[in-house]
Design a protein around this ligand. Sequence first.
Ligand SMILES: Nc1ncnc2c1ncn2[C@@H]1O[C@H](COP(=O)(O)OP(=O)(O)O)[C@@H](O)[C@H]1O
Ligand SMILES: [Mg+2]
Length: 379
Amino acid sequence: MSVRGGETRYVEPDDCEELSLHDLVAESPVIVCCGPGGVGKTTISAVLALQAAREGRRACVVTVDPARRLADSLGIDVLENAPTVIDGDWPGTLSALMLDTKRTFDDLVDRYSRSSDQAETIRQNRLYQNLVGALSGTQEYMAMEKLYELAENSDFDVVVVDTPPTRNALDLLDAPRRLTHFLENRLFRALLLPTRAYLRAVSFATQAVLRTIAKVAGAEIVQDAVAFFQAFQGMEEGFHARASAVRALLADPSTSYVIVTSPRTDAVGEASFFADKLSDTGVVASGLVVNRVHPRFGGPGVRIPPAKEGSDLEQIVANFESLQAVHDQEERIFADLVDRVAPAPVGRVPLLSSDVHDLAGLTAVADELFGDSLDTRRF
Ligand SMILES: Nc1ncnc2c1ncn2[C@@H]1O[C@H](COP(=O)(O)OP(=O)(O)O)[C@@H](O)[C@H]1O
Ligand SMILES: [Mg+2]
């Protein structure tokens, strides 16, 4: 299946100038940051949005589970589920929000319910409450849903979305469809049949499934399910249309996908798997950021002077050489991934001496990635 309906985004290198990461944040309306967990995805998402603001754009970043200190120092609060403006000295604007999966789902229910009573019945339903937290793909879908809502909002020129750690790109791109598919499930449709007479007409197989569920999970759960799908009636169409619109945005050629990884074998393996799955659906990675690399000092042309045996300089040279070896080893670890995403630009962010927990930290990372003057490219 191709999310883009067979259309691919690959453009012959001759036909277009390669975009740098710098161009990407200056031009792209939607940037999806994806990749394994714990590599700095939330940090890099915020940095890309900050850089867009430094370029004069009105930028918004949707973060998923940001580190507490970062959220606190940026003043973003999970209770909001709406963008908070972050003050700073840049020509554009920077807003951020912390994704609240449940609130986003509730908002969707509100949007498509016929009355506030219907919305309230759904929100109070135990199956719904469990569904919101436990159905796989819900968090992914809600991140994408929020992205869509903000991208539609004319207050922003660019929306950067941090995503839950997802191994398979399809889990992300297909999340809207999978959720609506669940909601349109045939078994549950059978449950919606209004009277007992109809229930008798429900296939034997369905009844057997229901009996099994009731036996294993308790009759209450079946009642909750019936009540939920009854309450949900009439909203499927709205949900369906919305999910299609979200999918269309994710497949739009102007939507950029930036893969974030660390230079570790396991993370690079996961990021490569993700890049492959992404291209299987016809979506090409627009950029790669390798975070927490050991920097290369002095550049390739630097000659190390001979040091006297036993001297301090000899010790320093030895340290320098082992750092260089670590750097070279890391470059080898992600070399294949660089080739795989080519001609997408690659940015490297060094391992900093402390966590990135505030605006100053984000600015330091943005300087590393984009150069501290806008015309300088460090990498
Ligand atoms: N380049 C870096 N140097 C030092 N610490 C970093 C760097 N990038 C991220 N961190 C820190 O690593 C931790 C995880 O980063 P985070 O962005 O939350 O990762 P993820 O979203 O991928 O789980 C945070 O404490 C963050 O401050
Ligand atoms: Mg994160």
